[in-house]
Ligand binder design. Structure first.
Ligand code: FAD
Length: 400
């Protein structure tokens, strides 16, 4: 089958508008705040609303959301360049309403929600009227790299379900209007099936958002929180999709969400490279511009190679998803490479800038802290390498 990676005319237009919007509106806000939007329920809410109003006025808001809920309805391949353009600033994804976890949740709800759930949860999420979180990970020995360790339970009770469990690292939980919660409806920890996704409103008295976990990164809106479910009562209408199919739906969310993370962080890698190149072209050292010195040139070239390779892997995997293929292997490869390549690019860029690089003045040290956790969330590099190798060996055995 011929492979066509060319973006549609609509995607190219939205990308151009996004680049202009990020340059003129978002980057000044990033420079004023150091890229950290501020707390939910405080100044952060004002900044989010201001940026999102700006994105709506610029015609670039919600490029991924279905058209019937006010989005542009772009497929995976068409998202790539738009998300990368938004990711050129730490605040760009928040402005376009394509930051994690809302962006992945919009995708999941668009695929799985029934008409009532679309109206109640998807529409306000797509418009930015509300935020959401995705509650899967649990403190050890619960779900982490191995989702089958899921320990939270949902037990049948009169009129619905009772959810009990402890989650942590739940991004955006503070101030979210609702959570998509993974809980076990059959089997026990270690079983590969038996999970169900539930939509839980944040005002449910059985759901408590606890402390913000202090982390290396600080730009995700609403923080990374502990969330407790205790005698949390929901009706049957809270089930997202079908009973016991939660792990299958997690895959619906995970492959695209991995790739959109790659797209956004690729934007930051490109930004870091641009900052470093501008500096290296100007800085005089040992009788020439830094950019004329061989070891600096090697870093600039390696950055360019990492960026180009990452982009190639993203568009290849997006193309597979748009063809209706699973993209499991290609998205794992892209995710592993991008998470490590963006780290390398930001690290080299920081090195090229010397002391300026580690200062708060150049934003590079903030970027370095933001990209590091990407090697852990959406599957640590080791989990992906393990899964990639297993598929390769299985293919070898099947071919024999
Ligand atoms: C910033 C951030 C935001 C997050 N946001 C969310 C969120 O919104 N919702 C949510 O549900 N979760 C979220 N998470 C949790 C994230 O999904 C988990 O951290 C991730 O799945 C890894 O699980 P774990 O932390 O329990 O590590 P563990 O499962 O304990 O793994 C520890 C380490 O084991 C190694 N490892 C894993 N698999 C293998 C293997 N096959 N072979 C060899 N070594 C291996 C890796 O080095 C890994 O880092 C977030 C995490 C971070 C850091």
């Amino acid at each position: 089958m011929p492979i066509d990676f060319a973006p549609s005319a609509e995607s190219a237009e939205i990308t151009q508008r996004t680049e202009a919007f990020v340059r003129d509106v978002v980057i000044p806000e990033e420079q004023a705040t150091g890229g950290v939007p501020g707390p939910a329920g405080g100044l952060g809410d004002d900044l989010r609303a201001r940026l999102q109003d700006g994105a709506k006025a610029a015609g670039v808001f919600a490029p991924h959301a279905p058209v019937d809920v006010g989005g542009h309805g772009l497929g995976m391949s068409d998202r790539a360049s738009v998300f990368e353009a938004a990711g050129y600033s730490l605040l760009g994804p928040l402005a376009l309403n394509i930051a994690a976890p809302d962006e992945g949740n919009v995708h999941l709800l668009a695929e799985v929600a029934n008409p009532e759930q679309r109206e109640r949860y998807l529409a306000p999420l797509a418009s930015g009227a509300t935020r959401s979180c995705f509650a899967m990970t649990e403190p050890a020995p619960g779900a982490g790299s191995d989702p089958a360790a899921l320990a939270s339970t949902a037990t049948r009770v009169d009129g619905g379900w009772r959810i009990d469990g402890r989650k942590w690292f739940i991004t955006g939980a503070d101030g979210a209007g609702f959570a998509i919660v993974m809980a076990r409806t059959s089997g026990s920890a270690g079983d590969r099936g038996g999970a169900t996704m539930f939509l839980v409103d944040a005002d449910n008295p059985g759901m408590q958002v606890g402390r913000h976990i202090d982390t290396l990164d600080q730009t995700f809106f609403g923080g990374h929180c502990e969330v407790t479910f205790e005698d949390c009562r929901v009706g049957d209408d809270a089930i997202l999709g079908a009973l016991d199919q939660g792990f299958r739906y997690a895959q619906v969310r995970l492959a695209p969400a991995r790739l959109t993370h790659c797209m956004r962080w690729l934007g930051i890698a490109r930004r870091a490279q641009d900052i470093a190149v501008a500096r290296a072209a100007e800085r005089e050292l040992f009788g020439s511009a830094l950019a004329e010195l061989g070891m600096a040139q090697a870093m600039i070239a390696d950055n360019e190679i990492d960026i180009a390779a990452a982009r190639g892997l993203i568009v290849r995997s997006c193309w597979e998803l748009d063809q209706g293929r699973s993209g499991a292997q290609s998205s794992a490869i892209a995710k592993t490479f991008c998470a490590e390549a963006t780290w390398r690019v930001v690290d080299r860029s920081l090195q090229l800038c010397g002391a300026l690089g580690v200062s708060g003045d150049a934003l590079l040290s903030r970027y370095l802290r933001e990209v590091r956790p990407f090697r852990i969330y959406d599957g640590p590099s080791e989990t992906h390498r393990w899964a990639i190798a297993r598929r390769v060996v299985r293919r070898h055995r099947d071919d024999r």
